[in-house]
Design a protein around this ligand. Sequence first.
Ligand SMILES: Cc1ncc(COP(=O)(O)O)c(C=O)c1O
Length: 396
Amino acid sequence: MPIVSKKGSLMPQSPIRKLVPYAEKAQKAGKIIYHLNIGQPDIKTPKIALDAVKNNTLEILAYSRSEGSEVYRQKIADYYAKNDIHVKHDDIIVTTGGSEALLFAFGSIMDVDDEVIIPEPFYANYNGFSTSSGVTIVPVVSKIDDNFALPPIEEFEKLITPKTKAILICNPGNPTGYLYSKEEIKKLAAIVKKHDLFLIADEVYREFTYDGLEHYSILQEEGLEENAIVIDSVSKRYSMCGARIGCLVSKNKTLIQTALKFAQARLSPPTFAQIASEAALETPQSYFDAVITEYVDRRNTLVSELQKIEGVKVGTPKGAFYCIAELPVKNTDRFAQWLLEDFDVNGETIMVAPAAGFYSTPGVGLNQVRIAYVLNKESLIKSVQILKEALKVYKD
Ligand SMILES: Cc1ncc(COP(=O)(O)O)c(C=O)c1O
């Protein structure tokens, strides 16, 4: 019998999606499930983006340029300028989601067995992208008790080897909601410059910062032009996850030329989705103001409700729309499956993402879950109530 690759067998399942079959079974059996496992916002996509596709008169749905439509890239550069990030359109490659931008970045800067240092817990699919690129993740642990602040810089330096090619951060962070300060970015900048490494920043949640805190992009850091690579996406910004549009941004010309070859190999990003994403750039600030107010309200509700449960530990996220919660159970993989298969409160249950998959250190995060606050306040209150009841009866 033909056999699949070693790499294929090693590819991790997404902790966000692996419980889907249990959820589907529960749904078929009539259970209502509150989906706290996935970052799929319930916020409406701006009408202007949807209308741009509905009203368009294209007669041939052609390929675009591999790096994305020039007009769209010009407008993305304008969007960055408004955020005090100064790049040109040819510093940008439009990709099929931030996911593809991550794959292009990994492919462009790392060979098989090279190493990337990532503060953990991190966005779970970094595990998948590194496996598919043959790259090893070297984790540096950030802790729930420090609200997931950047570990001391010495911890990073200890981990640098001749194989290290990059440090990757997610800012604001998924799954922790941590927002890096300007000082922390400066410390990272100093270290990557000293050791000639790339600094990749996944900034797909740039707009989602709370409590008056401002996002500081690595592209704002002077002197980091050759090292900085930003990963971006329209998925969360405009609640357009299904558009599948993102981009890779860097002022390093060689890096962009290299990433372009990966882009050429897959021909082009999707045409209709670029049309929608270009129109989305016209979204007024009032949209974001309303969305941010909503997320702050949801965050406050979720965190305060969780803190009322004995044995549950949770920090306050400063950005994005996730939090990591520590639960009084030994293994949240089993607990999350049990919630779907064997538990309900009046026919309702919750789906959470077990957090071990957001770490690469084996055995860490086993008692944690990631919760996405992408549901309305009432549903979040209901969900935490269900969690509370579940913890009362669950036996490890
Ligand atoms: C931190 C982070 N980076 C990248 C992505 C990929 O997003 P997309 O491929 O939809 O742009 C996600 C999606 O949830 C994410 O949370």
